[in-house]
Write a protein that binds this ligand. Structure first.
Ligand code: 2IT
Length: 450
């Protein structure tokens, strides 16, 4: 590995030993871009990598709200404006009890390269809170979102920083946050958020975009391998918005999604979750119920439920982890390889531990695709929503969908080409890191030292 790259990784490990997820993603991305740094010795003098691992700005704030019993509650809010070299900061907001500095930084760092890959002018950011939305009433969610934005509104804007949803934040939460932003600023500046409702500037296909984009990317991979998607079985984890989009598109394409998972375990539906609209729509009901249980699916449709387990032991053609970080560890990776799975397509942000990822990539007969490319359709359509907002017009679902598909084809091609250029073969993981990195690196070099 390039000595400068190695040194920045080692320093990051030392300096941020208490931020394991952040260190993990820095190591994953930077170990791929070593050949680019070899070709650009000027990066070391400009300490480009040392600057890249330090967020341009990151802050926390107090979020206070009153629950339905009249009790005052205090949470911590975060916004990490990681890198603005190629556009306004852009990235989701996550509400989940395990949100901390390390998770915000790993997501913001990933987002920087992902957004670069979309080809659109968006910098990288992430935000969130350790607030747990599970079991909260609608009124509590509204008061929390209002308080969150009262603290954050001065620091975001259509040309500054454009938040969106992530885990625990969907259309409802974005609505409350935008309403509070509009109320405090006294402007109709709807380009400040993406993932909005359709009545106030949301984009058609944004709810579907991450899942659809993942399937479009999968189609490119299969096409490269000379295979068809029809009849392929897919195991996914999660049962949220992204999993829903995957199932909807799988139904259209004739693929069979056989598993979903939640904190309580996983379901195995032999006929496929993607076999009927009723089943796919039920996923929305499960999510909206706030119960956070996937067993409800098995109870309703009479299929297998395995408590307290992940679906990675099931024999399928394709695996698509779509739940959360570090969902697949080395033991799971070994089972996946032993089962003869041919496609390992990451969807959630950093769903694979670095050792599991390395193991899977060593397997000659498994194609591995990285999440920062596969899930980029979500933020990609957010970029299209920003374009529509700034032009004050609305594109049809067909127009957005066609652009999303083209974007995913471009991302796959740019990744494959970048890997090829550095003699790495069909290495989509390294290719995505290299392609995403190059644009940010060049923009930073051209903008001077800061
Ligand atoms: O991880 C992600 O890319 C997102 N949560 C979507 C971010 C966005 O700005 O649409």
């Amino acid at each position: 590995m390039n000595a400068y790259v190695q040194r920045v990784i080692e320093e990051t490990k030392k300096k941020h030993a208490n931020e394991p997820e952040f260190v993990q993603t820095v190591e994953e991305v930077f170990s791929s871009i070593s050949p680019v740094v070899d070709a650009h010795p000027e990066y070391e003098k400009a300490d480009l990598l040392g600057r890249m691992v330090e967020p341009e700005r990151i802050f926390t704030f107090r979020v206070v709200w009153v629950d339905d019993q009249g009790q005052t509650r205090t949470n911590i809010g975060y916004r990490c404006q990681f890198n603005g070299a190629i556009g306004p900061y852009k990235g989701g907001i996550r509400f989940q009890p395990n949100v901390n500095l390390s998770i915000m930084k790993f997501l913001g760092f990933e987002q920087t390269f992902k957004n670069s890959l979309t080809g659109l002018p968006m910098g990288g950011a992430k935000g969130g809170s350790d607030f747990d939305p599970a079991g909260k009433s609608d009124a509590e969610i509204m008061r929390f979102c209002q308080s969150f934005i009262s603290a954050l509104y001065r620091y975001i804007g259509p040309d500054i920083d454009v938040p969106a949803g992530d885990m625990g934040v969907g259309g409802r939460e974005i609505g409350y946050m935008y309403g509070q932003y509009r109320r405090l600023k006294g402007v109709f500046e709807n380009g400040v958020f993406t993932g909005k409702g359709l009545t106030y500037g949301g984009s058609l296909i944004r709810p579907e975009a991450t899942g659809y984009g993942a399937m479009y990317y999968l189609l490119e991979v299969l096409n490269h391998q000379g295979e068809s998607i029809e009849g392929k079985t897919i195991a996914i984890s999660g049962f949220g918005n992204v999993a829903w989009g995957i199932c909807k598109k799988a139904m259209e394409l004739g693929a069979k999604v056989v598993t979903l998972s939640g904190p309580d375990g996983y379901i195995y539906d032999e006929d496929g979750v993607s076999s009927s609209e009723e089943k796919v729509n039920f996923m929305l009901e499960m999510r909206a119920s706030g119960r956070n249980r996937v067993q409800d699916y098995a109870d309703k449709f009479g299929c297998k439920f395995v408590p307290n387990a992940k679906p990675w032991g099931e024999k399928v053609d394709i695996i698509m982890p779509a739940a959360m970080q570090n969902d697949v560890n080395l033991d799971s990776a070994k089972v996946i390889a032993a089962n003869g799975v041919k496609y390992y397509i990451e969807v959630a942000n950093m769903p694979t531990t670095n050792e599991a990822l390395a193991y899977l990539m060593e397997q000659k007969d498994i194609v591995v695709a990285p999440s920062k490319a596969v899930n980029a359709g979500g933020v990609g359509v957010s970029g299209l929503e920003m374009s529509q907002n700034s032009e004050r017009l609305v594109w049809t679902a067909e127009e957005v969908d066609a652009q999303l598909k083209k974007m995913m084809q471009n991302i796959h091609k740019a990744s494959a080409d970048a890997a090829e250029e550095y003699g790495l073969g069909y290495n989509l993981v390294a290719g995505a890191n290299i392609a995403g990195f190059k644009k940010v690196a060049q923009a930073m070099m051209e903008q001077g030292i800061f």
